[in-house]
Design a protein around this ligand. Structure first.
Ligand code: ACO
Length: 435
């Protein structure tokens, strides 16, 4: 349990079948309140039903605070705007996982660890040859993360703090190598091994874009943008993939299994897969020639269930602060790289129209982080099916922070929601001849 939360003197009263019970109200450090219903079924025989967990708190956490109405996002108390401007992805990873900004010595030790653990075991590198060249890199990333655990059986057997810290470093560092290798594999280029003299993000860009036959120049401004993108993706409290990581952790499975499951959850188009879906949507509008205005009409008429991808968010109902930061970066990157792209014009048109249309305004649908991140990734030369991999690389420290917080809490309670059964009542088995 998070020691900073308090059980208030307030209670909520609930009457079921004439029996009145009182539910304690607990309060977080930002005055968010929750009814503790852990005794509800025992006391009344009923459970709560909350499809999609819209009103359900699954844990107490001191990692990330979001106020969806005010557009606030803070990691460990620090505003996302300040971190995106002043920090680096490595520093933010430390902050999320260990709960405080590192001092010089701590940051140096953490960075050195990431540098030293970037290589994959050569036997693991051979696994890439087994995937078809059209394999989706998210499938490769998830599979290879599970495979990593086969090389470190001690991480499954031992749960001591030193082992956990080593696993954290290995996962953060090696997933970056796996991501770049999966891209090289998909385009048939030789793998470029990590280069220890480079920073975390520069090393990743080098593994992605360098070739053995000519030097690759790393632009520090592009490195800064990649740092910013990964920082903005780094955590978002109990989203679908993070909840998945916590669920897997609760069963006692290894950290590699939990992170692999998180990657699989992030892949879906309603979650991290939305950045790929945004680009595919823009391409479809461009190629079909139907124009963005007609596309918006089709969205509003719910034609074939299409949605304006990159718009809307379960939590942010006024604006997504990450999207506001990326909108500015998007303009900087595109003008720096001199990119002129018809897809970008479509994106701008969609955004402008949607923001003044009552369908979107009434439903509080605004651009989310994925609306702009895909456009930036495309300008940087990152292929569309690698977009969600980029999101995963950013989200890894968040997943690790939640995995560690839950482990360190000492609470061993498996996640096991209940259900309301709606199937047939008891039936008699019939032999196959009589069916
Ligand atoms: N385009 C068109 N209509 C939308 C959109 C959209 N992008 N999003 C929601 N709506 C509509 C729904 O059709 C619904 O309309 P109705 O009241 O007429 O039935 C209403 O808005 C509420 O939608 P819900 O699905 O109930 O909203 P919820 O909060 O559950 O969904 C979600 C949030 C999944 C992000 C949704 O807005 C969506 O599908 N967006 C597009 C996908 C996307 O961009 N996902 C990335 C999210 S950010 C992230 O994961 C990092």
């Amino acid at each position: 349990m998070n020691v900073n939360s308090t059980v208030t003197n307030q209670v909520a009263s609930l009457e079921v079948d004439g029996k009145k019970i009182h539910l304690p109200i607990i309060e977080g450090t930002e005055k968010e309140r929750a009814m503790d219903i852990s005794e509800l079924r025992k006391e009344t025989g009923v459970i709560t039903l909350d499809s999609g967990f819209v009103n359900t708190g699954s844990c107490q956490s001191a990692i990330t605070f979001i106020d969806g109405e005010k557009g606030i996002l803070r990691y460990r108390g620090y505003n996302i705007e300040e971190l995106a401007e002043k920090s680096t992805f490595v520093e933010v990873s430390y902050l999320l996982i260990y709960g405080k900004l590192p001092n010089k010595k701590e940051l140096e030790a953490f960075s050195t660890g990431l540098t030293r653990h970037s290589l994959l075991h050569e036997d693991l590198s051979h696994f890439f040859a087994g995937f078809p060249s059209k394999a989706h890199p998210m499938a490769i990333l998830s599979a290879m993360t599970t495979c990593l655990s086969t090389f470190y059986p001690e991480s499954i057997e031992s749960n001591c703090d030193d082992q956990v810290n080593l696993d954290i470093i290995r996962i953060l560092s090696k997933l970056r190598t796996i991501a770049a290798f999966s891209y090289k594999k998909s385009i048939g280029q030789p793998l470029i091994y990590p280069e220890n003299s480079l920073s975390y993000c520069a090393n990743f860009l080098n593994m992605m874009f360098a070739v053995p036959s000519e030097p690759y120049e790393i632009d520090p401004e592009i490195v800064k943008i990649v740092n910013q993108l990964l920082i903005l993706h780094a955590d978002h409290e109990q989203n679908c993939s993070t909840s998945t990581v916590r669920t897997v952790q609760s069963s006692g499975a290894s950290v590699y299994a939990a992170i692999s499951a998180g990657i699989a959850a992030l892949w879906g188009p309603l979650h991290g897969g939305a950045n790929q879906a945004v680009l595919e949507m823009l391409e479809e509008i461009h190629q079909s020639g139907r124009g963005y205005k007609q596309f918006l009409e089709d969205v509003k008429n719910k034609k074939e269930g299409i949605r304006l991808m990159g718009f809307g968010h379960r939590v942010y109902k006024n604006f997504d602060p990450r999207a506001q930061i990326l909108k500015k970066s998007c303009e900087t990157v595109l003008s720096k790289l001199g990119v002129s792209d018809p897809l970008l014009d479509i994106a701008k048109g969609l955004e402008e129209e949607a923001l003044k249309d009552t369908y979107f305004v009434d439903r509080k649908l605004y651009p989310n982080v994925d609306f702009y991140s895909g456009i930036i990734y495309k300008a940087l030369g990152i292929p569309v099916d690698m977009f969600t991999v980029m999101f995963s690389l950013g989200r890894v420290p968040g997943w690790l922070a939640h995995w560690k917080e839950q482990r360190d809490s000492g609470v061993k309670k498996i996640f096991r929601p209940r259900q309301v059964y709606t199937g047939p009542n008891e039936l008699q088995y019939q032999s196959i001849e009589s069916r």
